[in-house]
Design a protein around this ligand. Structure first.
Ligand code: RAM
Length: 352
């Protein structure tokens, strides 16, 4: 919580700075934010998010940029037009041609980026993932927002609690290839094997592709297909926001939980029947970006090589250690998921 408090103060400062317009970057149709690094002689650090038009990805990039620029580096922000591996492959190819020093990427697919990212590393460019990982061979390390099993357990506890431990429920995810959502869903399914959850029936995993309209359509389809549905769990900020609007507009009795941005979800969170979401979870996406930046800096400086046991300083965020990940690669874990409910949502909606 101390970390969150510090983050609060920093975030307010960053958001105010971005409002008055700091830095040398330009935003092109919300898809690209490219620092002017021509001949500056500075090291260049790129962040590639999953897609454009998602405020979560923008907050992540804000944190990344803040740390890189404070360290005297040049920051390149790329938001691909679509949440697909193909869109990321073209971005990676152009970053290789530009000769950047590092790429930190939220992968849209676990395996499809491998050839491009191996080419990147062979060109001497340091590769890390944040938010959503590639397979172990395609990266040096991964900035994981929270432990995968921990997120699965936390979400299943919420599903159990809100449904009263029985009945039909559905998952509204991002894309079917998204490594992070798929890992969390697998972790939830693992938790569900326990007898405690035997009266809960997961009827469908639907995919809204992190697009507001598709997520809205998928929510409506779930409601009409399953009249007995009690709850939707959306482990995506785009999905949960779209589902919340549908449920509240239709005055549905179906409840909602998952992973959401407080700024987008505040109006839907509450304890009475007029609110669709009793509570949800997330981590600070700005901190995910910051830790991605500190990791990139440490890789480029040679402080770490992404091996288990490597340690590095992440400024005011403290010391971090690279640990073994379940896929045989390594990761750096930011912290635990944080719960947002009626007691704290008004405070957090101002932050991210
Ligand atoms: C969406 C994206 C992102 C995920 C969050 C929870 O914004 O899919 O990758 O971490 O939701």
């Amino acid at each position: 919580m101390k970390k969150n408090y510090i983050s609060t103060i920093l975030c307010v400062a960053i958001l105010s700075l971005s409002v008055i317009g700091c830095g040398s970057t330009t935003e092109k149709e919300g898809k690209e934010d490219v620092a002017n690094s021509e001949n500056s002689g500075k090291k260049t650090y790129a962040i590639v998010t999953k897609s454009a038009g998602n405020p979560y990805n923008e907050r992540e990039a804000d944190g990344f940029k803040e740390v890189i620029e404070a360290a005297g580096g040049e920051c390149i922000i790329k938001h691909p037009e679509q949440a697909t591996a193909d869109a990321q492959v073209s971005v990676i190819q152009s970053l290789i041609s530009q000769g950047v020093d590092s790429i930190c990427i939220a992968a849209n697919d676990e395996n499809t980026l491998q050839a491009s990212l191996e080419e990147t590393m062979n060109a001497g460019i340091k590769v890390s993932c944040l938010d959503s990982k590639t397979n172990a061979d395609s990266r040096m390390t991964f900035v994981n927002q929270a432990g995968t099993e921990e997120i699965g357990q936390t979400l299943m506890d919420a599903v159990y609690d809100i449904t009263g431990g029985e009945g039909q429920w559905a998952i509204l995810s991002a894309t079917s290839q998204a490594t992070n959502q798929n890992a969390w869903i697998d972790a939830m399914k693992e938790v569900m094997k326990d007898d405690k959850y035997s009266k809960l029936e997961l009827v469908e995993v639907a995919y809204g592709d992190d697009e507001p309209q598709k997520s809205t359509d998928q929510t409506q389809a779930l409601l009409s297909k399953y009249p007995e549905l009690k709850l939707i769990c959306a482990p995506t900020t785009v999905g949960i926001n779209a589902a919340a609007k549908v449920l509240q507009d239709e005055k549905s009795e179906v409840k909602l939980t998952g992973l959401g941005l407080p700024s987008e979800m505040a109006e839907y969170i509450g304890d009475d029947d007029s609110h669709s979401c009793p509570y949800m979870y997330l981590w600070n996406p700005i901190d995910v970006g910051r830790l991605g930046a500190y990791t990139s800096l440490a890789l480029v400086e040679g402080t770490i090589s992404g091996n288990t046991g490597d340690t590095f300083s992440a400024g005011e965020m403290g010391e971090y250690e690279v640990v073994k990940a379940a896929d045989g690669g390594t990761e750096v874990i930011l912290g635990a998921p944080f719960r947002f409910d009626s007691s704290n949502i008004d405070e957090w909606k101002e932050i991210y």
